[in-house]
Design a binder for this molecule. Sequence first.
Ligand code: DX5
Ligand code: ZN
Length: 215
Amino acid sequence: MLKIAPSILSADFANLERDIRRVSSADWLHVDVMDGYFVPNITIGVPVVKSIRQCTDMFLDVHLMVTKPARFIEDFAQAGADLLNVHLEADDPRGISQALRLMDQCKVKKAVALRPITSPNAVLPYLEQLDMVLVMTVEPGFGGQALMEHQLETIRQVRALIERYNPACRLEVDGGVNTTTLRRVVEAGADTLVAGSAVYKAADPAAAIAALREV
Ligand code: DX5
Ligand code: ZN
């Protein structure tokens, strides 16, 4: 089953509760956490995730674009995240394994993310224990960028690894997904789609979600 996960990065932060309600027809809510160091932007932190948890029952898919993310796993889990997603480039293998162990302890779903430059094979040491892999189709940091077409090949390769080692694992794609690019992304093997500007820059976010499903 395809899941659509609107990214609140493109929402109006002064009206976050309203903008979350506007996408309640979606499957998940994608929350972009950035530390200004792993990526050149600062966005949402633990207190905001806690407030979001208080105003929605939606599944919170929390994308941590943060250096050494193990430091924050317990905090985000306690704030109400349902899934935590750490970048493979954000720490050494020990740090990534520690972050995944903490996710287990906190009983949240576990995901790892790949920047466009990272080889699909980098997921292999972790794949069997993961609930999801995220393939970035833009350089992480900002919404509203165009999908990098060469990342379709990365999606295909990650899909092949998932089929081989952990078929229950989801494959999420993040960056530049809209009604024009969605078909190619799904054909390449994605089953979970983040959409920021495609949903929130539309006049009617609910209609935009329906249009994505239509494709
Ligand atoms: C970018 C974020 C994305 C972003 C996607 O670093 O991870 O989730 O919000 O925005 P769009 O869909 O506009 O590319
Ligand atoms: Zn994201």
